[in-house]
Design a protein around this ligand. Structure first.
Ligand code: SAM
Length: 507
């Protein structure tokens, strides 16, 4: 038992009864092709629950009626975690509010991948001191990667925070909140490693009725020298195929048509369970058999791990597994890739892309790039630039390197001047924008099958959704098409989306 004062910390084997991508446009600072509404990031995204959600199947007297304002920073894995925690709280009778001023609980789900998202959370926590002084009943909670990485510092620096829950204790969030509400000394700190994050039968409360994330692995076994994820999320742990299928069926019963599988290195799914028992191709084939599940996607692909078997499976299951992968290159220079410990060369990246496209000619690829990594010289950067030109991803997330505490690269010299980082970032972004525009324009005249996700934010007469290759598509149509598939002939393209006209079969 490890209960510490003044900050309570949960024991390693938590004994309470009943009982892991892509960042923000502002962080990337790049052109419109990056403004993907699916992604949350440094600004944080406020959780907007489905208004039709029926709350409270397992109501708890202390949680029922609690108004929660939840803000998510970071990647899809964080968004999934937020949706699961929202599901837990919802079962207990909590409601969600968009306006922070109306909340009884203000909850930040945090990201540590780059400094900017962390700075944002520090700013928000600092500014909440006054609110807490004026209204001591309001509860403040921090969960996720920052909580895991620097929970004790957060507790010291912001002693008015009530609850700090790391990445491996998220499934206990509602129970921990009950403890705080019962009067446990605060800050209550729960950051010990649990063997697995088990959300049980909780159904995520999503902001989309038709699409859902589903984490198939947690943690990461890679040791990319720049990356903090293995330290905030721990080693890779896979869920069994049976467990994933059960969750997927629950989602489909809940109306979901499209599932995006999540894993830091999705290709190594199942390796810890014995590759013959569970692997990504096998999982995809099993998911394809679920009646009612129309679309399956998966992220993030790792160039060192991708195997031809995956492309063969995608080709075989092309009606359900969508022709889209996100496969970060990070750099086109072998010297930089070595310093990053990425485990592949430029040639390997190109070979993987060629093989994938040979098996799945419709496949679209998106990528991540880091510019200004330690020791990157002009010639190295030109290698990234030329790799992008060769691969022609349909969009990319481009980051300037940011030193992360505790990573191996912290010991390297962060020697690329800021001006050079900015210049390289701008050049690569510009190149990507030109490629995105050209590739999107090539879709003009084509018919895209679109999962209609909602009404356009800027024009209520227009609908918005995603094509099979994950391109945003906008077209005129009535609201009753939301949650259906529409065929849209593309008439216009920008760098980040397509516009078109719906084909009606009676016209
Ligand atoms: N697991 C995935 C992989 O290894 O390809 C990506 C994980 S990370 C959450 C998402 C992206 O953030 C990375 O692909 C990388 O481009 C970027 N990133 C990670 N650490 C970074 C750092 N220290 N500075 C700048 N960008 C970083």
């Amino acid at each position: 038992m490890a209960w510490h004062s003044p900050y309570l910390r949960l024991p390693r084997h938590l004994d309470l009864p009943g009982g892991g991508m892509v960042p923000s446009p502002s962080e990337r600072g790049v052109a419109a092709s990056d403004k993907d509404p699916d992604l949350c990031g440094a600004e944080g995204e406020v959780y907007r629950p489905d208004p039709l959600t029926l709350a409270g199947s397992r109501r708890h007297p202390l949680i029922t009626g609690t108004k929660v304002h939840m803000v998510t920073f970071g990647c899809q894995m964080n968004k999934y975690d937020s949706e699961m925690v929202a599901g837990l709280l919802n079962e207990k009778g909590a409601a969600f509010v968009e306006d922070e001023r109306q909340a009884d609980l203000i909850l930040f789900n945090t990201c540590s991948v780059r400094a900017q998202a962390e700075d944002r959370v520090h700013g928000r926590l600092g500014s909440l001191k006054r609110r807490k002084r004026e209204d001591p009943a309001v509860l403040l909670a921090v969960m996720g990667c920052m909580a895991q990485k620097e929970g004790e510092q957060i507790a010291k620096r912001y002693p008015y925070v009530d609850l700090i829950v790391g990445t491996r204790q998220l499934h206990q969030f509602a129970k921990l909140l009950e403890r705080v509400k019962e009067g446990a000394p605060t800050p209550l700190l729960a950051i010990d490693a649990a063997p697995a994050v088990e959300f049980g039968e909780t159904v995520a409360r999503r902001d989309s009725r038709w699409k859902a994330y589903l984490a198939v692995t947690r943690g990461c076994n890679k040791r990319c020298t720049f990356c903090v994820v293995p330290y905030t999320r721990g080693p890779e742990v896979s869920r069994t195929i049976g467990d994933v299928i059960t969750e997927a069926k629950r989602l489909v019963d809940d109306g979901v048509l499209e599932i995006m599988l999540l894993g830091q290195t999705i290709d190594t799914y199942g390796f810890d369970l014995g590759r013959e028992n569970a692997n990504l191709p096998k999982l995809l084939r099993a998911l394809c058999a679920i009646t009612g599940l129309r679309r399956i996607r998966f992220i993030t692909s790792h160039p060192e791990e991708c195997q031809d078997d995956l492309w063969r499976t995608m080709a075989d299951c092309g009606d359900k597994v969508m022709p889209f992968i996100h496969m970060p290159a990070q750099s086109g220079s072998d010297a930089v890739l070595r310093r990053m410990a990425r485990g592949y060369t430029r040639k390997r990246y190109l070979d993987v892309v060629a093989s994938a496209r040979k098996h799945c000619p419709e496949l679209e690829i998106t990528s991540d790039w880091i510019v200004g990594f330690c020791g990157e010289n002009d010639a190295d950067f030109e290698q990234s630039f030329s790799l992008m030109q060769e691969v022609r991803p349909c969009s990319s997330y481009i980051f300037t390197y940011s030193v992360r505490e505790g990573t191996p690269a912290q010991r390297l010299d962060d020697d690329v001047p800021e001006t050079a980082k900015k210049e390289r970032h701008a050049r690569l972004s510009e190149a990507q924008d030109a490629i995105s525009l050209e590739k999107n324009r090539a879709r003009i005249g084509q018919v895209e099958e679109v999962l209609v996700e909602g009404v356009s934010k800027t024009d209520t007469e227009r609908l918005t959704g995603r094509s099979a290759q994950y391109r945003p598509v906008h077209f005129a149509g009535s609201q009753d098409l939301v949650g259906t598939f529409a065929e849209v002939r593309i008439t216009q393209a920008s760098g980040h989306s397509l516009q078109g006209d719906r084909i009606t079969h009676d016209s």
